[in-house]
Design a binder for this molecule. Structure first.
Ligand code: ZN
Ligand code: ZN
Length: 302
């Protein structure tokens, strides 16, 4: 099902790109040109992301023992470059058109073709949102919302062509192209910000951190304290590290059982997470950090 939806999204993307390019050739409008470029960037980004997700899912191997999940950030770098190139191309053509304003040619034909592209994108966006809600897939729903935003861009571009055509104020066309360039740059900033955070091993957000702490507190019965809890993310996978303080005389077997319980609890709270526990005797206690939810007598660890 998800595979068929992905193929549909690809087909809709290619078709609406062709329609927008056709509309650009018909009208010569730079606003339509910028809308077509945005579609091209979106399509390349979706392709790059699909490739990255496929590569990121490869299991760890000898030369990549932590897995390949950071591959996502490589595709983000490519997307960032594409966005900058597209924005530069739009700015250049808008600049030239401001210098030499021109009337859109065959606006009726161009607007009809654009309307077709908008209906296609908007219709498929609604399908994705409905399926996303039915399947409880936030990613699918986000794809649908993105398509609706693109539809709004196309409708805005149509308005620009219409106004330039009817009022004779031809500078309206490059002005709308500049608005699209701003939208494209905004997309790029979002992509780059997310991947820079991942590359710099940014900690998990407060909501995820709270889920991890609650899971640790519930599962650490028999231990004295957890400190130096560190989190980071590599693409789809979260990593959690922590120090577990247990009574110095506790048997290794018992301490290992507690560590395993904590690992499993964190993995339930953050599916797919990799958890590493470092065990310490009570002399290492820092008397801060996470305490057990209830006071378990140490003997109950098993
Ligand atoms: Zn420690
Ligand atoms: Zn173990």
């Amino acid at each position: 099902m998800a595979g068929r939806l992905a193929v549909g999204t690809l087909l809709v993307g290619v078709l609406s790109l062709l329609l927008k390019y056709l509309a650009y050739r018909v009208t010569g409008s730079v606003a339509v040109y910028s809308d077509a470029l945005e579609s091209l960037v979106n399509l390349a980004a979706a392709g790059g992301m699909a490739l990255a997700v496929w590569y990121a899912a490869r299991p760890p191997d000898e030369s990549h023992p932590f897995g390949h999940t950071k591959a996502e950030y490589l595709s983000a770098v490519v997307e960032g470059v594409l966005v900058v190139l597209a924005a530069a191309a739009i700015l250049r053509s808008a600049w030239l058109r401001f210098a030499e304003p021109a009337a859109p040619s065959s606006p009726e034909a161009g607007l009809s073709v654009l309307l077709l592209a908008a209906l296609l994108n908007g219709g498929w966006g609604l399908v994705l949102i409905r399926r996303g809600r039915a399947l409880a897939s936030a990613a699918l729903e986000a794809d649908g919302l993105h398509l609706l935003a693109d539809t709004a861009t196309t409708l805005g571009v149509m308005l620009g062509v219409f106004l330039a055509w009817r009022t004779g104020l031809y500078w309206i066309d490059p002005l709308f192209a500049l608005l699209v360039a701003g939208h494209v740059l905004g997309l790029g900033v979002g992509i780059v910000r997310r991947s820079v955070g991942g590359l710099l091993d940014e900690a998990l957000g407060p909501a995820e951190r709270a889920r991890v702490e609650a899971a640790v507190r519930e599962a650490m019965g028999g231990a004295l304290e957890v400190h130096d809890l560190r989190t980071r993310r590599a693409g789809a996978r979260a990593f959690v590290e922590l120090h577990l303080v247990v009574p110095g005389a506790m048997r290794v077997e018992e301490a290992h059982a507690i560590a395993t319980r904590i690992e499993e609890a964190v993995q339930r709270a953050l599916p797919g997470a990799w958890v590493t526990v470092h065990v310490e005797p009570e002399g290492e206690a820092q008397h801060r950090g996470i305490r057990p939810a209830r006071d378990h007598p140490p003997g109950r660890a098993r």
